[in-house]
Design a protein around this ligand. Structure first.
Ligand SMILES: NC(=O)c1ccc[n+]([C@@H]2O[C@H](COP(=O)([O-])OP(=O)(O)OC[C@H]3O[C@@H](n4cnc5c(N)ncnc54)[C@H](O)[C@@H]3O)[C@@H](O)[C@H]2O)c1
Length: 364
């Protein structure tokens, strides 16, 4: 088992990564002296696949424990579901000494995390991500929240967990399209890192997607280490943390235009392709490097429906992105692997050019 530290002064925590390490949870909770009144919020698919294992293990660590089964899917990131969790906690006499353990993907982590952040002004939280996307991204960094009026992540807060436990054994049951989605975020980290990690991901991306243990564990460890280092320096996204949004301005527009009928990580991969092209169009990334750097995202198969999207609509959505200031779209672009450029503005015609090139790249 490997351990990565997120250094956030009084909000610091450890991320444990390994295969079959879930069984160590009672020991780790005891070592950390975490509260023993535990509510496990678990994705119903994950609970079913693990046939009671989660409940049995948590019961060994708890004075009191209950399992809240969460209906899988984005619709569960709602006020309705949040209120149900509050009621469940109150009906079962949970108080300020509660520990909420989120077991599932990003949906479970975001909802359970926001419940923990707000119930009785904040109770302890542990993340046990069971999707690749949650392992490398959503369980780390403290972003929690729910959707509101069909808008994603409109209500939420930064709330750090006591610890994160990533057991790669959970990923063995994850459907391929979910692995592809998580791989989109790993691709993004490859550009934030250095040429060694970039080359490793370029060579091993198909092994990672097919769940090859050694490659997967290395990819997760490095991705988590990058996110932990960035978040440690900028907990609330006032500066450096924006680099984690490489490809995301485009990705959010693509997801919105497709009514979220595309996996987040696939949208991120397409978004990275558009961002690389925009970097080149703005003369920030030389043409001879562009083609090299496009090799990686082109290894991921993306849905053809991306190529039919209307540029005007995408641009309008990007203009309304909550990360913008003064009506200008702020892009994260790059000049080489590891060298990111923040808050870059671009004329509409160049954004259109980048979108057109992305659509072409996807079909090649
Ligand atoms: N907080 C953050 O920083 C952050 C970052 C990125 C994304 N997100 C959020 O994360 C969410 C997406 O997360 P996700 O991609 O993990 O999706 P998800 O939580 O919806 O899980 C995807 C599917 O995988 C299933 N599943 C989960 N673990 C499984 C396993 N081990 N085996 C088999 N099936 C399993 C789930 O039941 C679900 O059907 C979005 O709501 C997004 O907004 C949050």
């Amino acid at each position: 088992m490997k351990k990565i530290y997120v250094d956030l002064k009084s909000n610091s925590y450890s991320i444990f990564v390994g295969h079959s390490i879930f069984s160590l949870l009672p020991e780790i909770l005891a070592q950390k002296k975490l509260n023993k009144n535990i509510l496990v919020v678990v994705d119903a698919n994950v609970e079913k696949l693990n046939r009671g294992k989660i409940k049995t293990l948590i019961s060994a660590a708890a004075d009191k424990h209950n399992v809240y089964l969460l209906k899988p899917g984005e619709n569960s990131k709602s006020y309705t579901e949040l209120n149900k969790i509050y009621s469940f906690l109150l009906d079962n006499n949970y108080g300020r000494d509660t520990l909420i353990i989120a077991v599932g993907g990003g949906v479970t982590g975001d909802l359970a995390g926001y419940s923990a952040a707000t119930f009785m002004r904040g109770v302890q939280l542990v993340h046990i991500p069971t999707t690749l996307l949650a392992a490398v991204d959503s369980s780390i960094g403290g972003k929690t929240g729910i959707n509101f009026e069909k808008k994603k992540n409109m209500i939420g807060s930064f709330y750090q967990p006591e610890l994160v436990l990533i057991d790669t054994e959970f990923l063995e049951t994850l459907p391929k399209d979910e692995m592809v989605s998580g791989a989109g975020e790993i691709v993004k980290y490859a550009y934030l890192s250095d040429s060694n990690f970039y080359s490793f991901i370029l060579e091993n991306i198909s092994g990672i997607i097919s769940g090859s243990n050694k490659q997967l564990e290395k990819a997760i460890l490095n991705s988590v280490a990058i996110k932990a280092a960035v978040v440690s320096q900028d907990e609330k996204e006032s500066g450096l943390r924006k680099i984690l949004n490489l490809g995301h301005t485009f990705a959010h527009a693509l997801e919105t235009e497709l009514n979220f009928k595309i996996k987040h990580g696939q949208a991120v991969t397409a978004g990275v392709i558009a961002a690389l092209n925009l970097s080149n169009i703005l003369n920030l990334l030389p043409g001879r490097h562009l083609n090299n750097l496009l090799q990686l995202p082109k290894k991921i198969v993306l849905p053809r429906k991306l190529t039919g999207l209307n540029n005007e609509n995408l641009f309008r959505i990007m203009l309304h992105d909550k990360k913008n200031r003064n009506g200008k779209i702020k892009f994260v672009l790059l000049s080489e692997v590891g060298n990111l450029l923040l808050d870059v503005e671009a004329d509409k015609k160049y954004v259109f050019k980048a979108l057109d090139k992305m659509k072409k790249d996807i079909t090649c």
